[in-house]
Design a protein around this ligand. Structure first.
Ligand SMILES: C[C@H](O)CC(=O)C(=O)O
Ligand code: MN
Length: 345
């Protein structure tokens, strides 16, 4: 049955949410969430380690369950939804993409830092060869101008991507900044444009609406805000808001609400909210998945996690540089013990 959708929603709780629960998803949890999302008619469900295929490592956090098992389980319970996998070239490889395709995924999302799209050429091309719907996305998009983003998106388009997204990975962007970037993309590329937000400054919904107003037609959300930092644009809320605006997603609002309340909320040890650390992520422009790493480092060194995050922001540390968190924590601890200046908030 074909469904009319003005906006294509990708649900990311089973991937971005992995950061929020230390990559501890079980097969049972993934099956329950994926089945309910499929029944609610969500078209795309992303499943992998938070840092994408092969992310399970000491650097990024070890997964409790092999992600291939999680992907296979999700594929097995979905009747209409496509399972999407995320791949960051350098972490995941073509070999992992091939393996995921064998399991029956329908979409690959290939992401790079916002200025490094050129590393995605082979992965995007291979994904297309495998017959997968292929998305290119640019992470930490607040760090680049609209012109730079256009240049990078055009590269992804030239490699064969079906759509390009900007990712506000730090939840640092303001609606005006999102609008400028999406507008520039819409004027310059011939493929779909999408947006992925984080709610660290409580702006995920406003930013998403700004993106849609400028012509974005693919939007990421996480049910119950189960994503890194303060989570993403809350999917069930977005469905309701878009319905009020007369914009059709084809997703069943009641089923999403029930899923959020009955299946996803119990997965969370504490409800997702804007804590002081997630607020600082957005304020300082730090990658959302750094929150738990910084909290652990602060505890280990007996320092304030906000000082670590502010310093990470000042040094413009990006995804893949998680080891800097410990280095900075050690520096702050040494400085504090010498009675030196604290990093100012
Ligand atoms: C690997 C990252 O967690 C991708 C993402 O969701 C983001 O940059 O935001
Ligand atoms: Mn994210």
């Amino acid at each position: 049955m074909s469904v009319n959708r003005d906006i294509l929603i990708t649900e990311v709780a089973l991937r971005d949410g992995s950061h929020a629960i230390n990559h501890q998803y079980t097969v049972e949890q993934v099956v329950n969430v994926a089945r309910a999302l499929d029944e609610a008619n969500v078209p795309y469900i992303e499943v992998t380690h938070g840092d994408g295929l092969a992310g399970s490592s000491l650097q990024y956090g070890l997964s409790r369950t092999d992600e291939m098992e999680l992907i296979e389980a999700a594929v097995s319970v979905c009747k209409q939804a496509k399972i999407a996998v995320l791949l960051l070239p350098g972490i995941g490889t073509i070999k992992h993409l091939n393996a995921a395709a064998k399991l029956g995924v329908g979409m690959a999302r290939i992401g790079t830092h916002v200025t490094e799209a050129d590393v995605s050429a082979q992965h995007i091309a291979r994904s297309k060869e495998l017959g997968l719907e292929t998305i290119g996305f640019l992470m930490m998009s607040h760090m680049a101008s609209p012109n730079k983003i256009v240049e990078q998106a055009k590269l992804m388009e030239s490699y064969g991507a079906d759509a390009v997204y900007i990712f506000d990975s730090a939840g640092a962007m303001l609606p005006k900044e999102v609008a400028e970037r999406i507008r520039a993309l819409k004027q310059s590329v011939g493929i779909d444009v999408g947006f992925h937000g984080h709610n660290n400054l409580s702006l995920a919904m406003a930013n998403t609406l700004a993106a849609i107003e400028e012509g974005a037609t693919r939007i990421d959300g996480s049910v119950r805000c189960l994503g890194a930092g303060a989570g993403n644009t809350q999917t069930e809320v977005l469905i309701a808001v878009l319905e009020r605006m007369g914009i059709c997603t084809g997703v069943d609002l009641y089923k999403m609400m029930d899923l959020a309340e009955d299946i996803v909320a119990p997965i969370l040890e504490v409800p997702q909210e804007i804590t002081k650390n997630s607020l600082v992520l957005g304020y300082a422009g730090v990658y959302s998945s750094f929150r738990l790493h910084a909290e652990r480092a602060a505890k280990k060194f007996g320092i304030d996690s906000r000082d670590i995050l502010i310093e990470l922001g000042k040094r413009k540390v990006v995804g893949g540089q998680e080891d800097m968190i410990i280095d900075i924590a050690a520096e702050i601890s040494k400085r504090n013990s010498r009675g030196g200046n604290q990093f100012a908030f």
